[in-house]
Design a protein around this ligand. Structure first.
Ligand SMILES: Cc1cc2nc3c(=O)[nH]c(=O)nc-3n(C[C@H](O)[C@H](O)[C@H](O)COP(=O)(O)OP(=O)(O)OC[C@H]3O[C@@H](n4cnc5c(N)ncnc54)[C@H](O)[C@@H]3O)c2cc1C
Length: 437
């Protein structure tokens, strides 16, 4: 029996996997109510007010190898035979021997009542926005899906004067909305629980620099807003909520995890034949294990490439085995063990004219970082290490308004010459030149 790879979700992780498997000549089925019509999410929070393109479709089309099922997956049942089948946890972690004969690992039940069998299933269901009630603004919406964004855009486009925009929440999306509104000539007020924005996302030097820039540009902040009930009525023409998102999870044999799908270093769940990618997965092992989903575009894409490489082996083009270069999302594990997702994770957020990036592992609570600035002092990078001693290795970099240095950070973290704290403390150390070694 040949492989039956089924992907649930046609967002970035799902479309990337499907596209790459298609290029390898591997048949794949993609389940999503909007399969073939999905689009990128990042422009939604950045281009509500500036008239630029907010709708960037993925352009995934059905082909000889890609079958769309425009339906919602409701649950997965694993094949009873799975326990005796070849899909033990061990074979799943070493997928190479699985190439020739494949037992059905389970079936996906669809909302239509139909079901689809699979040998390999990739959960790529992303996240959904938390939608708090704001009593003073019953029309308040998050800007998470195209439908939300289009509803908001209609109001923006129909306005014949600058709008007074209220935003609840001060994470990346909230700050993108507020700063882009102000950059386009509107007013914006951010209501936040704490006393500074981006507290959970960025280290103190970066979030404080952004706070200063946004205030200077005219964004207003109402700190210590403990509840949406405290937001005053009759102030804002438009109200947008941005208080986080949670993974969309469908049950497997009746089990639905509390937060997201835990996956190992090969993006395999604990369920035989089932993998998870992008925003619905927590990577619990390997070099970029953290305790929450990465929830960023480059990681969703990298997960998709990794799984296509892992599962598409033997079909079409040979995969790039074990090379941890910029084109490959994986490296082999120790002693030729399981392939490991090892692409350097990174994130970007454009907040009006401000551009902030992260690469690798960074912590918003870190205090033992090193800061390096450009000669004007306006652009800078914050370097994070795996310890405090001089030989501690660089593990992550935040970059403020300095895109070429973000590219350098990604090259350095993905290369074989990882600098130490002692290197970065040396004023003569040339980080950009080092990135070219
Ligand atoms: C407004 C916004 C702005 C962002 N900006 C940035 C940014 O600037 N930089 C950055 O790095 N990241 C950004 N992100 C994050 C980035 O977009 C996500 O990390 C990425 O889209 C995750 O891809 P995904 O494939 O995991 O999930 P998604 O892209 O969310 O796709 C999930 C898909 O699964 C489908 N689905 C869900 N449940 C089911 C089901 N039961 N059956 C069938 N299909 C299902 C959904 O319909 C959806 O099409 C932003 C996100 C948002 C919402």
């Amino acid at each position: 029996m040949s492989k039956r790879i089924v992907i649930i979700g046609a967002g970035l992780a799902g479309t990337t996997t499907a596209r790459e498997l298609n290029a390898r000549g591997q048949a794949v089925t993609v389940i999503d109510p909007q399969a073939g019509e999905t689009c990128e999410r990042p422009p939604l929070s950045k281009h509500l007010f500036d008239g630029s393109r907010h709708h960037l479709p993925y352009h995934l089309e059905s082909t000889e190898h890609i079958t769309f099922v425009r339906d919602r997956a409701e649950e997965i049942t694993l094949a009873e035979a799975a326990a005796e089948s070849r899909y033990t946890a061990e074979t799943q972690r070493h997928p190479h021997p699985l190439e020739n004969h494949h037992a059905t690992a389970g079936a996906i039940q669809l909302a239509s009542g139909e079901s689809i069998d699979f040998t390999h299933c990739i959960l790529a269901t992303g996240m959904e926005a938390i939608r708090p009630d704001v009593p003073a603004y019953p029309d308040a919406l998050p800007v998470y899906d195209l439908a939300d964004a289009e509803w908001i855009l209609e109001r923006v486009n129909n306005a014949n004067r600058p709008l007074n925009v209220g935003v609840l929440g001060s994470g990346y999306l909230g700050m993108e909305v507020a700063s882009s509104a102000v950059a386009a000539g509107h007013q914006a007020t951010v209501y936040l629980r704490g006393d500074e924005p981006l507290r959970k996302q960025l280290s103190a030097p970066v979030r404080q620099a952004l706070f200063y820039k946004h205030k200077a540009a005219g964004v207003e902040f109402v700190t210590h807003t403990s509840s949406p009930d405290d937001i005053p009525a009759d102030v804002h023409d438009l109200f947008i909520t941005s208080v986080g998102a949670r993974p969309r999870l469908i049950p497997i044999d009746g089990h639905r995890p509390a937060h997201a799908w835990d996956v190992d270093e090969s993006l395999a769940t604990s369920h035989p034949g089932v993998f998870a990618a992008g925003d619905c997965a927590i990577v619990t092992a390997g070099p970029y294990a953290i305790d929450h989903p990465w929830a960023c575009e480059p990681v969703a894409e990298s997960h998709g490439k990794f799984l296509a490489e892992l599962l598409g082996e033997g079909a079409g083009e040979p995969s790039n085995k074990g090379e941890n270069d910029s084109e490959s999302a994986s490296g082999s594990g120790p002693e030729g063990g399981p392939k490991v997702w090892s692409d350097v994770p990174w994130h970007w957020s454009f907040q009006g004219p401000q551009k902030v990036f992260t690469a690798g592992l960074i912590s918003p609570d870190a205090t033992d970082t090193i800061i390096r600035r450009d000669p004007s002092g306006a652009k800078f990078q914050v370097f994070h290490f795996d310890g405090v001693d001089p030989e501690a290795k660089l593990i992550g970099v935040e970059t403020f308004n300095w895109p070429p240095m973000q590219a350098a950070a990604r090259r350095v973290l993905g290369g074989n010459n990882i600098p130490t704290r002692a290197h970065l403390e040396d004023p003569d150390f040339d980080f950009k030149a080092h990135s070219r070694l």
